[in-house]
Design a protein around this ligand. Structure first.
Ligand SMILES: Nc1nc2c(c(=O)[nH]1)N[C@H]1C(S)=C(S)[C@@H](COP(=O)(O)OP(=O)(O)OC[C@H]3O[C@@H](n4cnc5c(=O)[nH]c(N)nc54)[C@H](O)[C@@H]3O)O[C@H]1N2
Ligand SMILES: Nc1nc2c(c(=O)[nH]1)N[C@H]1C(S)=C(S)[C@@H](COP(=O)(O)OP(=O)(O)OC[C@H]3O[C@@H](n4cnc5c(=O)[nH]c(N)nc54)[C@H](O)[C@@H]3O)O[C@H]1N2
Ligand code: SF4
Ligand SMILES: [Mo]
Length: 736
């Protein structure tokens, strides 16, 4: 079982689709306006519009950047783009601030003092590469090439991934799996033989009933989903939101269920029981496509609304009513599978329940359900084969977590670095991920770092993880560089380009350039046979019948439309052992796990403590945008949401500052109180990404509190190794 289904893998490596989209011009491509000015001595006048794709988050909407008199002016959506439909979210528009961010890294740095002291010597690129290559050669000689690990998030990391595979390691991991959507996709892969993917295959636009567990669309600003959700609301779709906190989405809901945190599985199993016992499910669909219905029916019969009431805090009548509401809209009802699903450590089983209820309402392959997706196939560059590593991957030795994880486990790699088992990890490359914010238990990460002989961080700002690096490589921001082509699985296959809009202001360089330079120092130049990135991209595009010149003008090229659902002629195939949607999972049974999910109880907060929940704010991404002055202007600190009755009991008012202290005595920075009726009494909530303690992040230093700091405990999912992080409790510290 792999993270990427076999079918998807075959499609990626299969024959190319020839594009049918016609060429239309979105304006001239002018790069390096400032340099041109210097060369010619003439002021660049006028406005250039340059298409590129956004990197303020990982959704990668296509945009058109405007350059006015040689300076970056504004960024808008590319109307040709099926993701953005010509409209960006606030962060996308605020991308201008990434280019102008005064806190940016400006030149390569080598550490002078102890790790974490943030004392550096500025060096040339050549010196930096010489230093890294000599350390890498030594690690290879002393420990073997597998002893280097690579943490990477985002498309730009691809060139380093290629370099490190050529060097001889497969220890590569991203927080987008075991700290994000891993449990959900593993659950759907087990159940349907295919993943939900990102962008998600949710047809929110056409759904008549939408159920959200957590999924705080509107605060979670994944553009396409927000636009589709807004349309659904406008259309009068019935919305059911299950969340301990009244999210923005919950304010649009017909039914809002303020569930006790960690009990979603109880509600889901009860809904499943109601759909079955009251004969409300899609019988033809279930008969035709699913396996294990009778076992499911027997297993869930004990989960009655009366049983679920004390567990979830949701009244039996409301549980019944909402189950009936979902059933009323079959076959256009959608129980959103979620995305950030690492909550309590039993998350794959909750994901299974989400997968099962979607099968009972017949949503897979249905209009308003989970649509078919395909990819604009661009063959990969014809590189020589990589050397085969002699040792197994270190992040999941002997497949301790049997499901998922083809893309690697960040915390598994950290564990191997800490313990030296199954073998020592002595070097880390970190690209585009602030590990001290994205992995739970920062202390473990810092301890692991102390075992390293080399830590290279490639970033655009002096993030917390950069503060611990031996070498910091400053990357040009996305508006200043080419990157890999973007061609995701989506309901409308397309390919889009990232290209330079303006020059980097200082000595920053693109990732592809760094990887290529380093390949030469390591004697691996045969893996980078292309002269420059334009040649690389053009070679790939030509092999798909396209060209760089064409896509540079247009930004996005669409592939042929595909049938999206049964109504349009899509006939689903399920790559599970039974060839059916497995309500009863044969692979889970075989590995000794519950083949049908069972409710498991989670620990309640002790007296005087509250469960720490966290999420997104529309104008920020993770820990990466707080120094962006445009976004800082709209939100410059986070607040802690506390139930109004609780706040009153503690004598707290909105606007007061407190600190949060977790169960292990870890104290946060001071944070502003938001006293509100919109959250339960047993939990508090903060937006992730604030409370920076890297002194070099002047625009964000000590503004707000960091959830990451307080997440010292985490619960690992035994099926796929996801790190459940909603298992920490905090109390209030009044002295600030
Ligand atoms: N603006 C912005 N948008 C983003 C991002 C960003 O950084 N900024 N990041 C993107 C990424 S990569 C991801 S993965 C997504 C994450 O966004 P989602 O997938 O929507 O993440 P969730 O964990 O569902 O969101 C947190 C919500 O879950 C609720 N919650 C917490 N515990 C429970 C529980 O036990 N049960 C239930 N039912 N609800 C609970 C919280 O109150 C909160 O409203 O956002 C994406 N969109
Ligand atoms: N406590 C806690 N942990 C979480 C989450 C949470 O909500 N709370 N969310 C989880 C989720 S859903 C996800 S997807 C992950 C996200 O995890 P990460 O991807 O690690 O998220 P960020 O904190 O944004 O860190 C990204 C880093 O990349 C840098 N960066 C930005 N642009 C570029 C670029 O163009 N080039 C390079 N080289 N670097 C760049 C940023 O400056 C920043 O240091 O975190 C997970 N971990
Ligand atoms: S959702 Fe927003 S930040 Fe993310 S890629 Fe799209 S415009 Fe950029
Ligand atoms: Mo994520």
């Amino acid at each position: 079982m792999t993270y990427l289904s076999r079918r998807r893998f075959l499609k990626i490596s299969g024959a190319s689709i020839i594009a049918t989209a016609a060429l239309s011009s979105a304006g001239g491509v002018v790069k390096g306006a400032k340099k041109l000015e210097e060369k010619t001595g003439k002021k660049i006048k006028g406005i250039q519009k340059i298409p590129t794709y956004c990197s303020m988050c990982f959704w990668k909407c296509s945009a058109i950047a405007y350059v006015k008199n040689g300076e970056l002016w504004k960024i808008v959506g590319n109307p040709e783009d099926p993701l953005s439909n010509g409209r960006l979210c606030p962060r996308g528009t605020g991308g201008v601030g990434a280019h102008y961010d005064p806190d940016r890294l400006k030149a390569p740095l080598i550490r002078k003092n102890e790790r974490g002291e943030e004392k550096w010597v500025q060096v040339t690129w050549d010196e930096a590469f010489e230093y890294i290559a000599s350390k890498m050669n030594k690690i290879k000689k002393d420990y073997g090439p597998e002893s280097i690990g690579f943490f990477s998030h985002g498309i730009g990391g691809g060139f380093f991934k290629h370099l490190l595979k050529a060097y001889g390691t497969r220890n590569i991991a991203a927080p987008s799996f075991d700290q994000c959507l891993g449990p959900r996709d593993t659950a759907f892969e087990i159940t349907y033989g295919d993943v939900i993917g990102g962008p998600e295959r949710t047809d929110i636009e056409n759904a008549k009933c939408i159920v959200l567990f957590g999924s705080h669309i509107g605060e979670n600003m994944h553009n396409t989903q927000v636009q589709e959700f807004a349309k659904a609301v406008e259309r009068g779709a019935s919305i059911i939101v299950v969340d301990p906190r009244m999210s923005t989405a919950a304010t649009k809901a017909k039914y809002y269920l303020p569930i006790k945190p960690g009990t979603d599985l109880a509600l889901l199993l009860t809904w499943i029981n109601i759909l079955i016992s009251e004969d409300l499910y899609d019988k033809d669909y279930v008969k035709k496509y699913t396996f294990g219905f009778e076992q499911l029916k027997a297993e869930v019969s004990k989960y009655t609304p009366e049983w679920a009431y004390p567990v979830t805090g949701i009244e039996p009548e409301l549980i019944r009513k909402t189950a009936h509401e979902i059933a009323r809209f079959i076959p256009s009802a959608l129980v959103h599978p979620g995305r950030h699903s690492v909550w309590y450590g039993d998350d794959t089983q909750r994901g299974r329940a989400l997968a099962i209820i979607n099968a009972l309402i017949g949503s897979w392959g249905r209009k308003g359900g989970l649509t078919n997706q395909d990819v604009f196939d661009i063959p990969s560059y014809p590189y020589p084969p990589y050397p085969e590593p002699k040792r197994q991957r270190a992040d999941n030795p002997d497949k301790k977590y049997p499901f998922g994880g083809a893309e690697g486990y960040t915390t598994g790699l950290r564990e191997a670095t800490l313990t030296g088992k199954p073998y020592p990890i002595k070097g880390w490359f970190v690209y585009g991920t602030n590990l001290l914010y994205s992995l739970p238990n920062t202390e473990e990460t810092i301890k692991a770092i102390q075992n390293l002989d080399l830590l290279v961080v490639i970033d655009v700002i002096p993030s917390e993880i950069a503060g611990y690096a031996d070498v910091v490589l400053p990357e040009a921001v996305y508006l200043e560089r080419y990157d890999e082509l973007f061609a995701p699985y989506f309901k409308q296959p397309f390919v889009s380009i990232r290209q330079p809009v303006v020059d980097p202001p200082n000595d920053q360089k693109p990732g592809w350039w760094m990887a290529k330079q380093l390949s030469e120092k390591l004697g691996l130049q045969k893996y980078f046979p292309w002269k420059n990135i334009e040649e690389y991209l053009d070679t790939r595009l030509k092999s798909a019948g396209l060209s760089l010149a064409e896509i540079k003008k247009k930004g996005v090229i669409k592939g042929p439309e595909i049938p999206l659902n049964l109504e349009e002629g899509f006939e689903p195939e399920f790559e599970t052992p039974t060839g059916k949607i497995e309500l009863y999972s044969t692979v889970l049974a075989e590995k000794g796990f519950d083949p049908i999910p069972k409710f498991t109880k989670h620990k309640d907060p002790p007296a005087g403590y509250f469960r720490l929940l966290f999420g997104r704010a529309p104008m920020h991404s993770f820990s990466r945008t707080q120094t962006n002055r445009l976004l800082d202007n709209v939100m410059n600190e986070n607040e802690v949401w506390i139930n109004a009755d609780v706040a009153k009991k503690y004598g707290l008012n909105s606007g007061d500052y407190i600190k949060l202290k977790n169960q292990d005595g870890v104290l946060s920075n001071k944070v502003k109180v938001k006293s509100t009726e919109r959250i339960r009494t047993d939990c508090v909530y903060i937006v992730h990404g604030f409370g920076h303690n890297s002194r070099m992040l002047k625009g964000a230093y000590l503004k707000g509190a960091s959830d990451s700091q307080l997440i010292t405990k985490y619960k690992i999912d035994p099926l796929m190794g996801g790190t459940g992080m909603n298992v920490n409790f905090v109390t209030f510290e009044m002295e600030v």
